[in-house]
Design a protein around this ligand. Structure first.
Ligand code: OAD
Length: 252
């Protein structure tokens, strides 16, 4: 670890250890070291190989429900095969060490929960939950649905079943979004981890925290749209930086 990162880690650990209410926003980068693809990485990001409007919008689903279904079944299998990485585990430690802690994620996987975080707000839904696109009735996935060429049809109406993720152009879950705004408004420290910060409204949360004076710490190997807001940028993979950060908090 270089000297600059080590110095910044000490300052960040001090801020965290003194914070009473910490809000954390995570993105796909947190799951990257578990083998789950990010969206905008130029080489391995999903949106550099696939068209988001074809695969992640109501219009794309209406145009080709089979294609969208098969793609989500493939992604679901990848998420189920993945395990939480040291970054996820360090966030569990952080939740235990911090009096007020709110974890807000844009990820549709359940790796934060599987690591052991108790309260996680999923702004973009869950890839392993399903409901009818027409009447919204929840649906329990059957083994045969995973390899089916088309989505299952709802038991109550002729609508197709779809994954419980928020697609482009759709509204975020109201309860989660409200809780996330509240956490951003009430926190005295905001951590932004593994997100490019380009998707609204999640990208506004650190701005909101900043407005009332909360310091922002970013963990990301690359600069992001949110880097200019950050007081401290810890440049490295979250699976490496987060365990060091928590260890530094214990050392104080
Ligand atoms: P992106 O793919 O846009 O950004 C991933 C970020 O993670 C980038 O800034 C990378 O530099 C960073 N990163 C990569 N590896 C990392 C690592 N090991 N540790 C830490 N950071 C790392 O993903 P998101 O910002 O999450 O929406 O994208 C936001 C939303 O756009 C997603 O929730 C998804 C997508 O369309 C929905 O599914 C609704």
């Amino acid at each position: 670890m270089d000297a600059e990162l080590t110095r910044s880690l000490v300052v960040a650990a001090d801020l965290l250890a003194n914070a009473q209410a910490v809000a954390v926003l995570t993105g796909a980068g947190v799951s990257a070291e578990s083998g789950v693809s990010t969206f905008r990485d130029a080489r391995s990001g999903l949106w550099s190989h696939f068209d988001p409007l074809q695969l992640a919008s109501p219009e794309g689903f209406a145009a080709d429900p089979g294609l969208v279904w098969r793609w989500y079944m493939h992604r679901l299998a990848a998420v189920e095969a993945a395990s939480p990485n040291p970054g996820h585990l360090a966030l569990v430690q952080l939740e235990r060490l911090t009096p007020g802690f709110t974890l807000i994620t844009q990820n549709v996987d359940d790796l934060h929960e599987r690591a052991g975080n108790v309260h996680t707000l999923h702004l973009h839904g869950h890839i392993a939950r399903f409901f009818c696109q027409t009447c919204q009735t929840p649906y329990t996935l059957r083994p045969e649905d995973r390899t089916a060429p088309m989505p299952p049809v709802c038991r109550f109406c002729p609508g197709y079943i779809r994954p419980g993720v928020v697609w482009f152009g759709e509204i975020l879950p109201e309860r989660e979004l409200r809780a996330a705004w509240q956490a951003a408004d009430a926190c005295d420290l905001f951590l932004v981890i593994g997100t490019s910060g380009v998707v609204y409204p999640a990208s506004q949360l650190p701005l909101r925290a900043r407005r009332h004076g909360a310091p922002i710490i970013e963990i990301n190997p690359e600069a992001s749209e949110l880097s200019p807001l950050a007081d401290i940028c810890l440049r490295g993979p979250s699976g490496v930086v987060l365990p060091h950060l928590v260890a530094q908090m214990h050392r104080r």
